[in-house]
Design a protein around this ligand. Structure first.
Ligand SMILES: [Fe+2]
Length: 276
């Protein structure tokens, strides 16, 4: 099972450049082409939020247009730049929510593993929230009798990572209860996969790995000063590839760059000798 996680698309209407600089529509097209060209090809893509930049129907129409070229099934959760109603209207198939569900919480049966998608959007606010309705849903889902290993996907990470302006907008409300629920199921939860920070970051939280994927567009500047300004860089766009290894019964996460670089070059010559 191979799952590509693409995050923080920030698509603007009319292919508008994000922050007057980032061609996010082209970035998404390149990421789609990269996924399509992968061998083996991922079984699915999970987009972990900030699909649009302002969350308008026009933005989602453009995303939909670009994703027509994506050759693998995909799922989505919202980020703080999204709006729930238009996102659901545009991508109902990518969000298999139970009937009557007010939030974009759902489970994907990915064979040996279960993907649990969580909606941390607090509309109009940059920071994330898991209200009691969403946390109750998570608790119920983890107690529904399906004991397969699971992977949680949520846009906002619940930890502070040392990038001050992003830490201020992490998952705040509900984070403590979320930690208690995760801790109680830490043996089954393989990892929590997040976006939002536009950087690859790894830690351990509530007894499980917490892995943040870089953006397929722009990255947040790596600035660990307390007063570091809110800024982005054009470091290479990338995605995460989560591979469930059936033999080892574990999940491994690879970083895959969107762009192609020089190589691959062989280590050994035609006689099998190490090239020195
Ligand atoms: Fe973002």
């Amino acid at each position: 099972m191979l799952i590509a996680q693409l995050t923080d698309l920030h698509i603007g209407v009319g292919r508008r450049l994000a922050y007057r600089k980032v061609d996010t529509a082209t970035a998404l097209e390149r990421a789609v082409a990269r996924v399509n060209a992968m061998v083996p090809r991922p079984d699915m893509v999970v987009f972990t939020g900030d699909i649009g930049d302002l969350g308008t129907p026009d933005e989602y129409a453009l995303v939909k247009d670009i994703l027509r070229d994506l050759d693998v099934p995909f799922y989505m959760i919202p980020g703080n730049h999204d709006q729930r109603a238009p996102l659901r209207a545009a991508f109902a198939d990518a969000m298999p929510i139970e009937d009557g569900g007010a939030f974009i919480n759902y489970v994907v049966d990915a064979g040996p593993v279960r993907l649990i998608a969580l909606d941390s959007l607090d509309e109009g606010r940059p920071e994330g929230k898991l209200c009691s309705a969403r946390l109750d849903w998570l608790e119920r889902t983890l107690h529904d009798g399906d004991d397969r290993p699971c992977v949680l996907f949520v846009h906002h990470p619940p930890v502070a990572v040392g990038i001050k302006h992003m830490d201020d907008q992490r998952l705040l409300s509900g984070a403590e209860t979320f930690a208690q629920i995760v801790l109680a199921h830490k043996d089954r939860i393989q990892a929590i996969m997040c976006g939002h920070l536009h950087r690859p970051i790894h830690t351990r939280w509530a007894g499980v790995p917490l892995i943040v994927a870089p953006s397929i567009a722009h990255q947040v500047a790596l600035d660990l000063r307390d007063d570091g300004p809110s800024a982005f860089t054009m470091e290479p766009p990338a995605m995460h590839l989560h591979r469930w290894d059936e033999k080892q019964q574990c999940l491994l996460t690879h970083l895959a760059y969107v762009d192609q670089y020089d190589g691959p070059h062989p280590f050994f010559d035609e006689n099998g000798r190490l090239i020195v």
